[in-house]
Design a protein around this ligand. Structure first.
Ligand SMILES: [Zn+2]
Length: 147
């Protein structure tokens, strides 16, 4: 399976150092599911910022992170290309998107999302990932975890 996003460019998903080292081959480091999930939410909620440091912004670790990164957990899903931290454009809020995912879990799972972080811990962004839960045969469920 592969997936090419409609709404995003590669640099939005990877740390600049990884992009500098691997260029277009960075697509190979990203889960198709997380790319599909980003497009799904973009289609519903409008523009989303992931990384933007390549364009003068402040975010560089909201997608695939370097192994040496000290942001987040040591074995964060971000380091495996399976997680994104999404920032939305007003009036859309992370809380609103979080609520939408939990109210539409079958749809979220169909678009690759298996996990969200508790929105109370991430008030200005929404963390989504597509980690492989051992109990993934639970038919319709998006897990809420702590960062
Ligand atoms: Zn995250």
């Amino acid at each position: 399976m592969s997936y090419t996003p409609v709404y995003f460019s590669l640099r939005e998903f990877v740390d600049p150092a990884i992009f500098a080292a691997r260029g277009n081959n960075c697509w190979q480091l990203l889960s198709p599911e997380i790319l599909r999930a980003a497009d799904w939410l973009r289609g519903i909620f409008g523009p989303i910022t992931v990384n933007n440091s390549y364009n003068g912004g402040r975010y560089s670790e909201s997608g695939l992170r370097r192994w040496e990164s000290t942001v987040g957990a040591k074995y964060s899903q971000h380091k495996f290309g399976r997680a994104l931290d999404l920032k939305f454009r007003a009036p859309v809020t992370p809380q609103q998107v979080y609520a939408h995912i939990l109210a539409n879990q079958a749809d979220a799972r169909a678009h690759g999302i298996t996990t969200v972080e508790d929105i109370n811990s991430t008030p200005t962004w929404l963390h989504i990932d597509c980690r492989n839960w051992a109990d993934q045969d639970v038919p319709v469920m998006v897990k809420v975890v702590q960062p």
